[in-house]
Structures are given as C-alpha cells and as structure tokens.
Design a protein around this ligand. Sequence first.
Ligand code: PNS
Length: 167
Amino acid sequence: MNSRSKAVYPGSFDPLTNGHLDVIRRSAAVFEVLTVAVVVNPQKREPMFTLEERKDLIRECTADLPNIEVMDFRGLLADFVRQIGADVIIKGLRVVSDFESELSTALMNRSLSGIDTMFLMSDAKYSFVSSSLIKEVFLLGGDVSGYVPEPVLRTMNSRRATVRAQN
Ligand code: PNS
C-alpha cells in the first residue's frame, strides 16, 4: 500500500457514540492524521447538539489521541476531502444494510474526488448502536450509559435536567 497519511472520518456525530469512538481509535492507530469531519447540517433531522457541542465532545473524548483533528464541513464530502488533501475516507460498517447504502456512496465519492473509502467493521458489541437510537432511548427515559462516552452522557443528562426544569 502507498503511504496513506491522512484519513477523514465523516459523520453527524449527534452525538458521538462508543461505536464512533471505537472506529476513531482504531483508525488513529493506522493513519498519521485522522480528521474527524462533522457535517454542519445533518440531512436526517434537526440535530440535538449544536455543531460546536458535537465538535467539543469529540475533542474531549479523544484528548488522549495526539493525531486527531476535528473539523466541520458543509456541502459535498468529496470537495472537503480534496480541499484538505486527505488520502482516504473512513466509514464504519455495523450491519449488512449499512454496506448497501455505503457502497454507492463510496463509489460516488471516488468518482467525484478520486479518493477511496475504507471500511472498518464495527466491534460486534456496538453493532446495534446508532446516534438516532441513543437519542430515542434517552428521550424516552432509558439508560444510555453503556453506549456513549462519559462526557456525552454528562451533556445529555444536563440537557434532560434543563428540559425537566422548563416543564
Ligand atoms: O453520521 P451520518 O449521519 O451517517 O453521516 C453522514 C455523512 C455526513 C457522512 C453524509 O451525510 C455525507 O457525506 N454528507 C455530505 C454530503 C455529500 O457529500 N453527499 C453526497 C454523498 S455521495
């Protein structure tokens, strides 16, 4: 393999989960620099966390990793990866249905930018963990402490206290 020094791990990270963090740690062990790229406006729905909150939480949870940078991007991922001179895009795969959507995305991103996507299989213990499920369980009063890093949990709990105080 040619030297691949800079990888980009893109996502909404609304919020960062233990599954994301596992992919970040494993990627950071392989590439010289890993840029965690937070999309400004997630396509799915209104985010629970602001862009700055999402970035700050990633920074806090990866503070022990010297080769991580956290950036945001808007528009096409293919443009962003070219602009910052990245060599590869990283995506995590949890289940087969992830692969189905990621295949066309990876091919489109390579067609647009010439940059390949590399996939890491999620750790099996995180194969059912997604930000959207975490938010749903949390908002319905469930315990999400096993699925998100401690700083994320703390922020979510303080948010719940605020919501309770307002009601
Ligand atoms: O964490 P998510 O929500 O699954 O991340 C999705 C993300 C941000 C990776 C994806 O929505 C994305 O790449 N958005 C940028 C817009 C873009 O480039 N679209 C064309 C993809 S071929």
